[in-house]
Design a protein around this ligand. Structure first.
Ligand code: G16
Length: 544
């Protein structure tokens, strides 16, 4: 075995986004692209000599190639051990758990999450730190700076690791342990939730359908729902991970899970439907005749978490990303606990969770999680819902309605304009930002009066760091909000995200159709930002 130092030239586009570096597979397939990026990550870290690195991915196309490369570069750089999921699989929350459980130095998560896979799809690499969470901006900024000047990388001249063989192997001087991707994670879930109560619910005829979308949660869902909890075989659909996700789009939303939605809205549909994305950190929750928005789901889970054994002492606080609706804020207020508003990106929850300031976090982009790991966790959310249903013995619809009757309803929608010309999108945001100081006090149709208008700046209360330009917020005196920002996870052009929210008090009308309820705000957002006129789009690409 020899350690080789290979000369390379930097790439200019290795800037990590909201969640790691996501690019088209073709970009990643360029010679030295993966090598440069992984070396740039290691060059930005200190003190990992002899320590353990966790590596896992969502099974998408190019995972196998990138994992072998990552192992050889880790070995050449002096890591003592790599823990890798069998066949290269680890869901993002499972990777986070394994980093924490085995006190690893950090981990590489190979995924482009909910983006399509396959040779023409997307690929991604994200570095997570020792608390199990995505690297903070301090590190991702350093990685980008390093990637722009890197001129060599180190790699061992060793054979590939047999990723299908559980147990110990070597890559150069480094030990590689191939581990069961499911076992540790499933054991953690058992400590948090009342498995016997959920099992009894399934035994009494409760019906659920879970769509693993040909992605990483398949093996976890088969083992936990059908294996440990006794749900009938066939409860888990599309449960075998495939490199191109069965040619599908592994994004658990109402567009890509339309069939499940229709089933849940039908007379003979099951009681509960759920899905997770490519790497298993997002969730979709649909009860019989009731879709639960991610923002509502966060509020409901926080309000009911004490019903699960892992949270029976109550929760310390809640955090949500800025564009997520304020439904959870009302729960925090009632519980008398801390509430935090952070920028989009799970990495911003890490400090609050580590400091014990919050227990449950969530985002409008279908992510919820808790302090059990430092990533959002799709199956965790499904299990908490099941635990709540098993204890309350009510339907999802009844639970949601009762929640609104107690806290009021935050009507909420997100409109995405995908693959917009990046320059047009950038100018739209800049022009709107320039207008913000003139907006407060202005009154528009339907008595909509602007209370504040700003570009969100986050001050981390734990480490004092500041993150500016995190999205435009226009708030109204009645609690309504328009939020607009550019996505940090797209790979082609720009994705413009428009988030709209309107509050209806506990005794108000809770049965309106969401888009109709938000129509005045949708029209006003277009008037203020000029979306139709500037992008030429007559309608959003995706409405969630
Ligand atoms: C990632 C981040 C989330 C974020 C989402 C959307 O999720 O982890 O925190 O909310 O992207 O981000 P954006 O609006 O910038 O596209 P995932 O599931 O893709 O890893």
């Amino acid at each position: 075995m020899t350690i080789q130092t290979i000369k390379t030239a930097p790439f200019s586009d290795q800037k990590p986004g909201t969640s790691g570096l996501r690019k088209r597979v073709g970009v990643y397939q360029q010679p030295n692209y993966v090598e440069n990026y992984i070396q740039a990550i290691f060059d930005s870290l200190e003190g990992f000599e002899g320590k353990t690195l966790v590596i896992g991915g969502d099974g998408r196309f190019y995972n196998d190639v990138a994992i072998q490369t990552a192992i050889k570069i880790a070995s050449a750089n002096g890591f003592g051990k790599v823990l890798v999921g069998q066949n290269g699989l680890l869901s993002t929350p499972a990777a986070s758990h394994i980093i924490r459980h085995y006190k690893a130095f950090g981990g590489l998560v190979l995924s482009a999450s909910h983006n399509p896979g396959g040779p023409d799809g997307d690929f991604g690499i994200k570095y997570n730190v020792s608390n199990g969470g995505p690297a903070p901006e301090k590190i991702t900024d350093a990685v980008f700076a390093r990637s722009k000047v890197i001129d060599s990388y180190k790699i061992v001249d060793a054979a590939d690791v047999a990723l299908d063989r559980i147990g110990l192997q070597r890559s150069g001087n480094m030990v590689v342990e191939v581990v069961d991707p499911v076992a540790d994670y499933a054991a953690l879930m058992q400590t948090l939730f009342d498995f016997p109560a959920i099992e009894a619910m399934f035994a009494s005829g409760f019906r659920m359908t879970f769509d693993a979308m040909h992605a990483v949660t398949g093996p976890y869902a088969h083992a936990i729902f059908e294996g440990m909890l006794g749900a009938p075989k066939g409860t888990v659909l599309n449960g075998t991970p495939s490199p191109d996700f069965g040619q599908g789009h592994p994004d658990p939303n109402l567009v890509y899970c339309k069939e499940m939605y229709d089933l849940l809205m039908s007379a003979n549909g099951p009681d509960f439907g759920a899905a997770s994305d490519g790497d298993g950190d997002r969730n979709l929750i649909i009860g019989k005749n009731r879709f639960v928005t991610p923002s509502d789901s966060l509020a409901l889970l926080a309000a009911n978490a004490h019903l699960a054994p892992g949270y029976k002492q109550g929760i310390a606080g809640i955090a949500r990303s800025m564009p997520t609706s304020a439904a959870a804020d009302r729960v925090a207020e009632k519980l008398g606990i801390e509430m935090h508003e952070t920028p989009t990106g799970w990495k911003f929850f890490g400090n609050l969770l580590d400091a014990g300031r919050v227990t449950i976090c969530g985002e409008e982009s279908a992510g919820t999680g808790s302090n059990h790991v430092r990533e959002k966790d799709g199956l965790w959310a499904v299990l908490l819902w099941l635990n709540i249903l098993a204890v309350r013995k009510q339907s999802v619809d009844e639970i949601v309605r009762e929640h609104w009757a107690t806290y009021g309803r935050n009507y909420y929608t997100r409109h995405d304009y995908e693959e917009v010309d990046a320059e047009v999108a950038g100018k739209l945001v800049d022009d709107l930002r320039a207008k913000l100081p003139s907006l407060p006090g202005k009154v528009f149709e339907d008595d909509l009066q602007i209370a504040y208008a700003d570009d969100f700046t986050y001050h981390d209360p734990v480490d004092g760091s500041t993150s500016a330009k995190q999205g435009i917020r226009i708030g109204f005196t009645d609690g309504s909000r328009i939020v607009l920002r550019l996505s940090g996870t797209g790979t082609v052009g720009a994705t413009l995200r428009l988030y709209l929210e309107r509050y209806e008090a506990p005794d108000g009308r809770h049965d309106l159709e969401t888009q109709a309820a938000l129509e005045p705000l949708i029209a006003l957002a277009d008037e203020l930002a000029g979306i139709t006129q500037r992008t030429g789009r007559q309608a959003p690409s995706v409405i969630t």
